[in-house]
Design a binder for this molecule. Structure first.
Ligand SMILES: Nc1ncnc2c1ncn2[C@@H]1O[C@H](COP(=O)(O)OP(=O)(O)OP(=O)(O)O)[C@@H](O)[C@H]1O
Ligand SMILES: [Mg+2]
Length: 337
């Protein structure tokens, strides 16, 4: 298996683990374009490793000894973003009590990483375009242009082309930012990486206190089929949870939260068909199975607690498939209140 891991490549450079052929060629592309000053747009769902790729680009570039400055364009309101990016002169606005350098200036000679670029407002977009064209900025309230040499890497989890079509993002800026576009596929499209990353994060036991050392093939299979909406970040957190809560050396299918199992996902998928009715049925089913388990399978007590007759309980249970029930009955943490 070919694995890109920068510990075996160049020491000190951010590791991006993968065995996925498309991502491996994307990483080769990173190696090729990193030394140039070309702008790069990284597209990928949340948690797929966009920031990691941005770091690699910077570290593999000739700007590596200078600053890599990151800003999340979606996290702050536009006027603040303008002053964060371009700085301001004393007295430029109420509260501007002294002159302040912006992040573009701080990144001079290095790389500026514009995260969530799709969230940037139109005024900041106009200023950014002007900077990319002229190579100079004006601080807010400033009259004199300041020359700055910065390489721009941006990232988005939105489809910027659609935003361009909807008039939310300037087309001219879009073409300036995406001289090269790198796409990182979601984790659910690369089950091989799920296994690779789980093994990696399991071994990575900085505190050295976890007794959890491995994962059973059956549990691994379940996790490979899970849809990972939060991608690698979610996977990393999941493994951390296993390490903290695990009571034996091997993670088994019983350690996997219900929503990550096949049945959990099927129920979620069902919601797309008919959100109202299926969601309700799903909640009812989970509750019934929990209560039943709480009373250790005693249907009379369970029906009593649920406020339904034993016959109704039997009717409901006959509608649930067997593997799902045994799956639930095996998982005490899911079933107790
Ligand atoms: N291929 C990978 N190998 C090792 N670690 C990874 C990999 N991909 C992601 N990670 C880790 O997963 C976490 C999320 O990655 P990162 O912050 O780069 O994602 P992102 O795409 O920028 O997410 P967001 O859109 O939410 O900002 C980080 O802790 C990162 O180190
Ligand atoms: Mg990010």
């Amino acid at each position: 298996m070919q694995v890109i891991s920068t510990t075996t490549e160049t020491p000190g450079i951010t590791r991006f683990l993968t065995q996925d052929p498309n991502i491996l060629s994307m990483l080769q592309m990173v190696g090729k374009i990193a030394p140039s000053d070309t702008t790069v747009l990284i597209q990928g769902e949340s948690g797929t490793g966009k920031e990691l790729v941005a770091k690699r680009i910077h570290e593999l570039s000739k700007r590596a000894s200078k600053n890599l400055v990151s800003i999340n364009c979606g996290a702050i309101q536009e006027t603040l973003l303008l002053s964060e990016l371009f700085g301001h002169e004393k007295g430029a606005f109420t509260g501007a009590i002294s002159q302040k350098k912006g992040l573009v200036e701080i990144a001079n000679g290095g790389t500026l990483f514009l995260d969530e670029i799709g969230e940037m407002g139109l005024e900041a977009q106009a200023k950014m375009l002007r900077f990319l064209q002229e190579g100079e900025i004006y601080r807010v309230g400033g009259k004199a242009p300041i020359k700055v040499n910065v390489r721009i890497v941006s990232a988005t989890n939105r489809d910027l082309e659609t935003q361009v079509r909807n008039g939310k993002f300037r087309e001219d800026l879009f073409y300036r930012l995406n001289t090269v576009t790198l796409r990182i596929a979601p984790l659910r499209k690369r089950p091989g990486d799920v296994a690779l990353l789980i093994e990696h994060f399991l071994k990575d036991d900085k505190l050295g206190i976890s007794i959890v050392k491995s994962i059973s093939p059956e549990a691994m299979d379940i996790l490979k089929k899970y849809h990972w909406p939060g991608n690698v970040r979610e996977l990393q957190n999941t493994v951390e949870r296993f390490k903290i809560l695990g009571e034996s050396e091997v993670i088994t299918k019983n350690d996997i939260p219900f929503n990550m199992t096949n049945s959990g996902q099927e129920s979620e998928a069902d919601n797309f068909d008919d959100p109202a009715t299926l969601l309700l049925a799903q909640v009812e089913k989970r509750h019934i199975l929990r209560v039943l388990n709480h009373f250790k399978g005693n249907k009379t007590k369970a029906a009593d607690a649920l406020g339904i007759t034993v016959k109704t309980l039997y009717n409901k249970l006959s509608g649930y498939d067997k593997p799902e029930m045994s799956n639930l009955t095996n998982r005490p943490s899911e079933l107790t209140h």
